[in-house]
Design a protein around this ligand. Structure first.
Ligand code: CTP
Length: 402
């Protein structure tokens, strides 16, 4: 699976602090994940780490001055600000933070910050007293109010040998924050999403059916999350008591598995993302009585059931390149093994595993605890969350397949 960072343009700003050596690790992680990184270093930063190391690792000349003295080549902070999908300043010293908060554009890094169009993150690093000084506190609050994301420094032994808050967050953790940012950016504007949700009811006669306890909440949460990210959603749902309000959701109500398959064919064929969240009855009564079945004194009764179509397997069998399809698996035993089997058998890109052994997960609840298994064999387990937050996790992962 490609990293969400693949092809992303990142400006990595480095300022003059001891922690600059850790930026090398951060740079390596970003490059390894496929990001294009342009390092911008302040004059003080160069006292701590050499531009040669940084340009060798990033594969691009490091930018520090407004122009290269011997050639006169102009480095445009405006172009860099537009180029960047994200700007990360790590380490960010008290001085740079102060300049950023007050618009003091006396170096290439701060001018680039002032021109940056996209998100900016800073990882402060300084001595504990500097960190606690009212001017630093105020400047950080100002930057936060401008939308800058502050990656709080950790507490520990500092370069001064004093112990306290001010140590730059570890590069691996900064990298995770960057990854998380891009994952949360997964925008579905202009994308089509098809979702099946809820139970199916398989009629026995005009007043009875075989069904299950699915409430449809997970499928509806997915539909709402997709629609709020700008997607055009078709939600094919079985009998549920839920309502949809977002105008981007076209809802098609069905009852049986056969009706669900018929209604889902076109939306799934056209979808960029398809999600099979319905709890489809695997069997239906062979005979659907036209009038109410009578007791007629019999002590027992045998119902003959026939197989329903597998909607996921049927529609994913003709999955095109570029389409990403996800299914669910509700298992009680050999969960992972069974879920992986379903993934391959049904030609899905990922399977969301709900374990009935987890409290708060499954039918009817407002929360869910999932593990997502992907076709490349990887697994990701999430903590118990609201179904809407779970929907966001599922979509973020689906987007990473695109
Ligand atoms: N599914 C479907 N049509 C069916 C059965 C299942 O589209 N007739 C989809 C579900 O929406 C889900 C996935 O397939 O995304 C797995 O469903 P599940 O009920 O866990 O698996 P089954 O294939 O029915 O296997 P079993 O019931 O034997 O565990």
């Amino acid at each position: 699976m490609d990293s969400v960072l693949k092809g992303k343009h990142i400006v990595l700003g480095i300022t003059g602090g001891i922690a600059a050596y850790k930026s090398v690790t951060l740079l390596r992680l970003l490059v390894k994940a496929g990001a294009e990184v342009q390092v911008v270093i302040t004059p003080a930063g160069k006292e701590f780490i050499t531009p040669v190391t940084l340009s060798a690792l990033s594969g691009k000349p490091v930018v520090s001055e407004f122009f290269t003295a011997n050639t006169g080549e102009w480095h445009s902070h405006v172009d860099l600000g537009i180029w960047a999908d994200l700007m990360v300043i790590a380490p960010a010293t008290a001085s740079t933070i102060g300049k950023m908060a007050n618009g003091i554009a006396d170096n290439m890094l701060v001018t680039t910050y002032l021109s940056a169009k996209e998100h900016v993150m800073i990882a402060p690093a300084m001595d504990l007293d500097m960190m606690a000084h009212p001017s630093t506190v105020r400047n950080l609050a100002t930057l936060e109010s401008y939308g800058v994301e502050i990656i709080e420094p950790a507490a520990g032994e500092l370069a001064s040998h004093l112990v306290g808050k001010g140590r730059m967050e570890e590069p691996e953790n900064i990298f995770s924050r960057i990854e998380k940012y891009f994952l949360s950016q997964c925008d579905l504007k202009g994308k089509k999403v098809a979702i099946t949700a809820g139970p199916t009811y398989e009629k026995l006669d005009p007043v009875r059916f075989i069904g299950n306890y699915s409430s449809g909440k997970m499928g509806f949460a997915l539909a709402e999350e997709c629609a709020s990210r700008g997607a055009d959603v078709t939600l094919v749902c079985g009998p549920v008591s839920l309502v949809t309000t977002n105008p981007n959701i076209v809802r098609v109500d069905v009852e049986s598995a056969e009706e669900m398959l018929a209604a889902a064919r076109q939306p799934f064929a056209e979808a960029d993302f398809g999600i099979f969240a319905a709890a489809v009855a695997d069997y239906r009564p062979e005979v659907r009585a036209q009038s109410k079945l009578k007791r007629e004194g019999a002590e027992d009764m045998t119902l003959r059931l026939v197989r329903n179509p597998d909607i996921a397997a049927t529609l994913a069998a003709t999955k095109r390149d570029g389409q990403v399809f996800a299914g669910f698996a509700l298992e009680t035993d050999h969960e992972h093994e069974n879920a992986f089997k379903k993934l391959h058998k049904k030609n899905l890109d990922m399977v969301v595993l709900n374990s009935l052994q987890d409290k708060g997960a499954g039918f009817g609840t407002d929360t869910n605890k999932i593990t997502i298994l992907s076709k490349d064999g990887t697994e990701k387990t999430f903590p118990l969350k609201s179904k809407r937050a779970v929907a966001a996790d599922i979509l973020d992962l689906m987007c990473s397949f695109k």
